[in-house]
Design a protein around this ligand. Sequence first.
Ligand SMILES: NC(=O)C[C@H](N)C(=O)O
Length: 328
Amino acid sequence: MAGVLVFATGGTIGMRETEAGLAPDPEFPDILEGVVARVCRPLGIEHRVNHLLPAIDSSNADADTAPGIARAIRARARLQRPRGVVVTHGTDTLAYTAARLAFDLADLGAPVVVTGSQLPHGSLGTDAFDNLSLALRTAVRASPGAPASIAFGGGLLPAVRATKHDSRAFQAFRAELPLAASPEGVPASRSGDGPTRSARVLAFRFTPAVTAADLTAAAGAGPQGIVLECYGSGNGPMARPGMLGALREIAASIPVVAITQCAIGGVDLGRYAVGRELAATGVIDGSDLTVEAAIAKLGYLLDLGYRGDELRSLMERNLVGECSGVRG
Ligand SMILES: NC(=O)C[C@H](N)C(=O)O
């Protein structure tokens, strides 16, 4: 086919006003078909629109949403060999999904561009069509091996570096850091068949009131991995009663990845005594990963079957431009 494959997954872009608030518009499939055709025809590009049902408000995304979108894209792409792929998605969890697709589809051989909108397609002055048109044109023009990107508010952002930072403005996303140079590429699957269920990775944020019991409770809910949002250069309340022991125990049973709450700078676990204490509990150094990219990467590697030292080593390296890698 060598055209564009579009996957609609929900989000404001496909919603309309109802008595219960914004909700999926049953007429959106027809409208999307028309808009995609209008952009692709003058470019001489074929297109096919797929709807992943049910269309959701992306706030309802769960651990399997992004891996499920990746599986659907892979299955279609195998048959239709597209030149590019566009995913329409709600903005609330768009950065999480886009980051995950960047890993899952790194070797697809076609660029993946994710978009959505702040206003519904039918609203006056909507950003839906500008964003969609930018995404389609990017998917057609980018090279087959280009990294996954987000087309939004007139700009393109690297999927593994982006965060939603504005709940209203048309420029809803921001990437504080560029793609890291010289990515190694994604590893082969460790377990052959792939998992039946996607790993559940939680984020836990250190704040002044946090206790060891809070962390133990979060880990007790049974996630397969935890992203620990630390202060500054990778610090935490290590003097809190029970915190060292709790972290040691958790990190011995599931991977715990330490990232920073700061947008820039990354972690440097050797800098402060509290950072060294944290490192000694067995947490993995998350370099300058965003929380979205850390969750995506850890979930992706767990789903590929990686565990233990192999997982740690991959987490600490730059696979698709998502992090600078651990300081030597
Ligand atoms: N602008 C949006 O798309 C927000 C919406 N709640 C969603 O994420 O589905």
